[in-house]
Design a protein around this ligand. Structure first.
Ligand code: AP5
Length: 214
């Protein structure tokens, strides 16, 4: 199994870019946030453990998310190619991922960091709306739905994510600076990181990622 890693602060556009890269890169999209939100919604033991951390905007324990991701990656087809959005976020998670990929005989094909200033991140998260039915993402100003508040794809009413409140956003950004910055340095020291400008239209950003990986 091979993997491409998409790193970036909350709101940097990882999910938006991933949705445009799936077909272009022939990858399966794995969003650690979506996996955790689904586990919370389903009330699984992992979801019950993760819920409080997520509400506060903190990282869930490495062991918990590591187990979920490892189970998913190792249960896939041997030649599968994954686009990892939101995982890893700590050095311990990256080391675990290296082990799982190596054991499968695969490779990390690239690690991309989406660069976006904090002011833009805050504006993006404040205006984000998501579809509770099909998980499509929108922004009230930059990527509005055709009919205000209604999903273009499935017609469900759009909602704000519960961790997009101002206090939780502040905490998520601070957690990123404290806990994921060391991971960025770690990949940088291994010369395994490509920085991509995450500002521009979503199509432009996706194109830059493809160029960076080629
Ligand atoms: P997760 O769901 O991964 O949240 P996140 O990393 O905070 O990232 P977001 O989903 O908020 O943003 P994004 O970068 O995908 O941006 P998006 O494309 O939506 O994680 C949630 C929680 O789960 C964490 O806080 C933690 O508790 C836990 N967790 C997850 N993974 C974990 C891990 N590995 N370890 C431990 N805990 C973990 O875009 C944002 C907005 O901007 C949207 O409105 C979009 O329309 C707009 N937008 C996007 N791109 C553009 C563009 N180019 N131009 C204009 N607007 C744009």
């Amino acid at each position: 199994m091979d993997a491409i890693i998409l790193l970036g602060a909350p709101g940097s556009g990882k999910g938006t870019a991933a949705s445009r890269l799936i077909a272009r890169l022939g990858v399966q999209h794995v969003s650690s946030g979506d996996l955790l939100r689904n586990a919370v919604k389903a009330g699984t033991p992992a979801g019950r453990e993760a819920e409080g951390f997520m509400k506060r905007g903190e990282l869930v324990p490495d062991e918990l998310i590591g187990r979920i991701i490892a189970d998913l990656l190792t249960s896939g087809k041997s030649g599968a190619k994954y686009l990892l959005d939101g995982f890893p976020r700590t050095v311990a998670q990256a080391e675990m991922l290296d082990r799982v990929v190596a054991q499968s005989g695969g490779r990390i094909l690239g690690t991309v960091l989406l660069d976006v200033s904090e002011a833009i991140l805050v504006e993006r998260l404040a205006g984000r709306r998501v579809c509770p039915g099909c998980a499509a993402g929108y922004h009230v100003r930059t990527m509005p739905s055709k009919v205000s508040g209604v999903c273009d794809h499935c017609g469900a009413g759009l909602v704000q994510r519960s961790d997009d409140t101002p206090d939780t956003v502040r905490n998520r950004l601070s957690v990123f600076s404290r806990q994921t910055a060391p991971l960025i340095e770690w990949y940088g020291a291994r010369k395994a990181l490509v920085r991509v400008d995450g500002v521009g239209s979503a199509d432009e950003v996706a194109e830059r990622i493809i160029q960076a990986l080629s």
